[in-house]
Design a binder for this molecule. Structure first.
Ligand SMILES: Cc1ncc(COP(=O)(O)O)c(C=O)c1O
Length: 379
């Protein structure tokens, strides 16, 4: 990695946040806010929900987008549209929301183990299951690293199994020049403040299946307008408000610049840490044609002592980090359901709590990245 000039060797006194939400210029935001005030229309699929939804649809080149009040609600609605009480095969390395959405729909969940290079579901582990016993495969693309979509597609081809991807992290990442969030029967997004495209709180359901989109739309609005799908008559309030939609709409206007910046920081981290010997960066396999959105920089440490050391040194330099993910979803689910997972999860057990995410966002510079890396590689 490049060595720092002596004048750069100062302590990082300023707090370096792990994430910093993108915000539009306040003057611009206020202008549109006046528009909302004048209309006195604050929710129920108003002008800005429509502008944001159509903007996302166009950007991601999708057939159908249904907005929601959060990523968790988007997932809950998506799974609800596929029916309650379904049998789901998932992976345990994620934010709790992925599985909570399944539990809220009364599903039974089994977990396959994960791939140590990506943190996503391991195909070898999936092959140990009788896939035909499941109604839904539910997998997160963690840190926006794509799951092995092609293999998962091959496994489900010719079956009635639905594939749902939790693409909460994935806005803007591309696989073979296609947006990551356009794969599967359904993909869901989060627009939470910490996400690369944010609306403060928010989410979306994406699908090329018009019937499923119509069901999701009805469920997000108390099950109203569900037409002849009487089974969808029980819904919830999952609507995105005009205020959130406005923020999302304005942030969407600058998303290309944001992704470009994040990508360059991401590649700088990868170059700087190429020889890092305490762990490695979780990332797509070299031979895959993936353009990452650069939203996360996850470092998987070989052991807890190394992670603790890095965490402490970065804290001393006022650099925020987060152990992400650090949730024993499998245990929480076993406790809740009284069910035992059919398979041991050794790779997950080793990875959970041992991945440290370091800062990458629009407010940091490439020099900041170099400084974080200097601290990490210090002997
Ligand atoms: C993988 C994953 N799925 C779902 C969610 C839930 O999104 P939201 O916070 O918008 O409900 C998150 C939130 O961080 C997440 O990381």
């Amino acid at each position: 990695m490049p060595h720092l000039h002596s004048e750069d060797q100062y302590k990082m006194k300023k707090n370096m946040r792990l994430v910093h939400p993108n915000l539009p210029r306040i003057e611009e935001f206020k202008k549109h806010l006046s528009d909302i005030w004048d209309s006195a229309n604050l929710s129920n699929f108003g002008k800005y929900e429509s502008l944001f939804r159509l903007g996302v649809k166009k950007y991601l080149k999708l057939e159908n987008v249904v907005t929601a009040s959060s990523g968790t609600v988007a997932l809950t609605i998506a799974l609800r549209a596929l029916g309650t009480g379904k049998k789901i095969l998932s992976s345990p390395f994620s934010f709790p929301a992925t599985i909570q959405a399944a539990i809220l729909n009364g599903s039974d969940v089994d977990f396959a183990d994960i791939d140590p290079n990506t943190g996503n579901v391991s195909i070898d582990s999936l092959l140990k299951f009788d896939i035909s016993k499941y109604d839904i495969l539910l997998f997160p693309h963690v840190y926006s690293i794509p799951c092995n979509i092609q293999r998962i597609c091959e496994l489900t081809q010719g079956t009635s199994i639905f594939t749902v991807y939790d693409a909460a992290h994935g806005f803007g990442t591309q696989v073979n020049n296609k947006h990551l969030s356009s794969f599967g029967d359904i993909s869901t997004l989060s627009f939470h403040a910490t996400k690369i495209l944010n609306s403060g709180e928010g989410g979306a359901i994406l699908t090329s299946n018009h019937n499923l989109a119509r069901k999701c739309q009805a469920i997000s609005n108390f099950g109203l307008d569900s037409g002849d799908s009487q089974d969808m008559a029980v819904g919830l309030n999952g609507k995105m408000s005009e205020l959130h939609a406005l923020l999302g709409y304005m942030n969407l206007k600058i998303i290309d610049r944001v992704i470009q910046k994040r990508r360059s920081l991401y590649h700088r981290y990868i170059r700087n840490l190429a020889e890092f010997d305490l762990g490695y960066i979780l990332k797509p396999n070299e031979d895959s044609n993936v353009k990452m959105n650069g939203a996360y920089m996850p470092i998987y440490f070989y052991d807890k002592d190394s992670l603790l050391l890095a965490e402490r040194r970065l804290k001393d330099e006022n650099v925020e980090t987060r152990r992400y993910f650090d949730y024993r979803i499998d245990r929480a689910y076993a406790f809740f359901s009284g069910r035992r997972n059919p398979l041991a999860l050794p790779i997950f057990e080793n990875m959970v709590g041992n991945v440290l995410c370091v800062p990458t966002h629009s407010k940091i510079s490439s020099r900041d990245v170099d400084r974080v890396c200097e601290v990490l590689v210090k002997k």
